[in-house]
Ligand binder design. Structure first.
Ligand SMILES: [Zn+2]
Length: 475
């Protein structure tokens, strides 16, 4: 049982080590962010010796509550365990009245998919998030933020009136906006949504129905970066609270996504399997970085014995994460005196270099290359130069905001970023939707498309066990 005086978690900037004040009602960003080119990001650190992985209950934010920073803040502020559980349960019930409540999402073998890919039975497993609140994992991220706000108001660090005066803000055209609007509606909190001019009309209609305040942002000639993100940042400068799913704008959202990773760890333990590869779709990067961190903690807590190779999947339309990964990889190979120019692109080349960098004698060099990247963000991550297009429009972020944790996670596990072309994305959607399948859209099936692409390239063996996250319901 957690000692209520010493919190089991804390927030610390992974780049500069700064910690937000305990009195900060919404510690979203590193206090030193923007002062230099370092990749400032508040990361929740866990004292694993002081928590239970599974604290009982089935609702994910109840079951894994001892791993949440909102729980630590609540307990060290004087709330009881029962009071925190009641807070989660009450908010979840309100979400259920708007959409549906949070449940442990399905994890199952997908032999029809495996057969189509020429793989043995029992080798392809899918974690289906399409039945989650608002149709994707995004609601997990913003539910975590709503809990933090509730805790801060309960502890008297701010008032409900002050939170409402500032309002919540998010930039998104799809699942993240719907998730934010659903949770904000449930919590009866005002939300400003910054969307592009070409947003899906059905999504816009739903946002209106959920009571969100909508601002349409058009791309301007000569201005790099997502115009919605620019509008969102202007709102933050005026005091709005970041209700977003980018870690650099609000590090607190990551632990919401981690509930998916902890569920997956529990799923793997229950199924008695240790997959060699995990495929995750990557747009802004919060999902992937949350799952990578969650699995690492689950290993520390003894829930799983090993980490699968992490494969982040992007489209040929925009792949800022793969671009950053290649820069870090080249930096490490340079330091090892190895050539790298010929290796780009094909799965076999990626696999060989990932394997080389996984060797124990290369670890120090990889860590040094990563430190260099963390200190000089703009050399590795910058907005994609052209307006990106793909059928998987939900992962076309100009920047992979949470890139660093993903590059780190891929290098640590021997995985690498995979690109899926348009035909493969459509094929993966059809495979996911097959008999008894999952109603995913092309974005939601993008991780599976990464598996398809890598299997075709020869990098995945027929008897190799792989897991793909499927998140994003077709609308
Ligand atoms: Zn910092």
């Amino acid at each position: 049982m957690t000692d209520e005086l010493v919190p089991a978690t804390r927030l610390r900037c992974a780049a500069c080590g700064a910690e937000p004040a305990a009195s900060d009602p919404f510690p979203a960003c590193c206090p030193n962010a923007g002062t230099d080119d370092a990749d400032h990001l508040l990361v929740r650190e866990l004292d694993a010796a002081r928590v239970r992985f599974d604290a009982g209950g089935t609702q994910p934010f109840v079951r894994f509550r001892e791993l949440l920073h909102s729980y630590s803040r609540a307990r060290s502020g004087g709330m009881t365990d029962a009071e925190f559980v009641a807070l989660v349960t009450g908010l979840d019930a309100a979400v259920a009245r708007v959409d549906r409540g949070f449940v442990h999402t399905p994890f199952a073998v997908a032999d029809a998919v495996g057969t189509a890919l020429g793989m043995a039975a029992g080798m392809v497993w899918l974690k289906d998030e399409t039945g989650n609140v608002a149709g994707s994992h995004k609601a997990r991220h913003v539910f975590a933020l709503a809990l933090h706000l509730d805790v801060s108001e309960r502890l008297g660090l701010t008032t409900r009136a002050e939170s409402d005066r500032r309002g919540l803000a998010i930039a998104s055209c799809g699942n993240a906006a719907l998730a934010a609007a659903t949770v904000a509606r449930a919590a009866n909190r005002p939300l400003h949504v910054f969307i592009p001019g070409d947003a899906n009309p059905r999504v816009v209609e739903q946002l209106h129905a959920l009571g969100a305040d909508i601002a349409v942002c058009e791309r301007q000639e000569g201005v790099a970066g997502d115009p919605c993100v620019h509008g969102f940042h202007e709102a933050l400068a005026k005091g709005a609270l970041p209700f977003c799913v980018q870690g650099n704008d609000n590090g607190l959202n990551i632990e919401g996504g981690m509930t998916l990773g902890w569920e997956l760890a529990a799923d793997l333990r229950e199924a008695g399997i240790a997959p060699s590869r995990l495929f995750v779709q990557v747009g802004g990067g919060a999902l992937g970085s949350a799952v990578a961190q969650a699995l690492r903690e689950a290993r520390t807590l003894g829930v799983i014995a090993s980490l699968p190779r992490l494969h982040c999947v992007q489209t040929h339309g925009a792949y800022p994460l793969r671009r950053a990964y290649l820069r870090v990889r080249d930096e490490a190979l340079d330091r090892l005196g190895m050539a790298h120019a010929a290796a780009a692109g094909d799965g076999a080349g990626d696999a060989a270099l990932a394997e080389r960098l996984l060797a124990p004698d290369a670890r120090g060099t990889v860590v040094a290359a990563l430190a260099e990247a963390r200190a000089h963000r703009s050399r590795y991550m910058w907005p994609w130069e052209s307006a990106p297009h793909s059928v998987a429009h939900g992962i076309l972020d100009d920047e992979t905001y949470d890139w660093y944790a993903l590059v780190d996670g891929m290098l640590e596990t021997g995985g690498w970023p995979v690109l899926a072309d348009e035909d493969t994305l459509l094929e993966a959607r059809a495979l996911a939707q097959g008999p008894g399948g999952i109603p995913a859209d092309a974005t939601g099936a993008a991780a599976l498309a990464g598996l398809v692409a890598l299997r075709r390239s020869g990098a995945v063996a027929a008897d190799e066990r792989a897991v793909a996250l499927v998140t994003g319901r077709e609308r």
